[in-house]
Design a protein around this ligand. Structure first.
Ligand code: PCA
Length: 203
């Protein structure tokens, strides 16, 4: 039995829901063959999301961690390849932090690559008929902060045997329907299928 830790962020900004949170709530009630699944909801706060995830890693000792985040305006399921050593935002997080041009780790490398098999994951999701891309930037907001922070922690604690992946997901159709401008969206069931494929490819 492989242990998988699935994380999702709470809503932030003007959005009342976060599809990442909706999905981890749904999947927490379901079974995945040969997988012991734990879910963790994360705050949309620079630094705090990293601390919360590290404490879940210590509790659950997973083989694979997969984090999910909402990316309004993304057209397709986006498999993130990189966490960049940079916090830089025009929008405050849920604790009103608004870092500008700030390194995440003063002496850390410029970037870390996520450690799931990004190419194979992409190919398998695509094969299932789901729109998907490999993304080479997760931005410089809280999701990127989490990617970089967790990979920095795993690297510095000799825990690189724990695989870490991140998927950005578009709005749900119900969220896009509320907007006055056009936004791409994908139903939760499709996102779930992509997440299950990602888990199966990487355990
Ligand atoms: N998306 C944000 C932070 C939380 C989330 O779900 C991001 O892309 O940084």
């Amino acid at each position: 039995m492989k242990k998988v830790l699935l994380t999702g962020f709470v809503p932030f900004g003007k959005d009342k829901i976060n599809p990442a949170l909706e999905l981890i709530k749904k999947m927490a009630k379901e079974e995945i063959p040969d997988v012991a699944l734990t879910t963790t909801r994360l705050p949309v706060v620079f630094g705090e999301a990293i601390t919360e995830l590290i404490s879940s890693i210590e509790k659950t000792k997973p083989n694979l961690i997969l984090s999910l985040g909402q990316a309004a305006g993304r057209m397709v399921v986006s498999i993130e390849r990189i966490g960049l050593n940079m916090n830089d935002t025009d929008y405050a997080d849920n604790a009103k932090n608004k870092p500008r041009d700030e390194l995440i780790a003063a002496n850390g490398p410029a970037a870390y690559f996520t450690t799931i098999d990004v190419r194979k994951t992409y190919q398998e999701i695509k094969k299932a008929g789901i729109p998907v891309c490999i993304s080479n930037s997760a931005g410089t907001y809280v999701c990127n902060n989490l990617i970089y922070g967790v990979l920095h922690h795993l690297t510095n604690n000799n825990q690189n045997h724990i695989k870490y992946g991140f998927i950005h997901i578009p709005y749900l159709p119900s969220q896009a329907a509320e907007k006055t401008k056009p936004f791409a969206s994908l139903p939760l069931e499709i996102i779930e299928k992509a997440v299950r494929i990602t888990i199966n490819v990487n355990i």
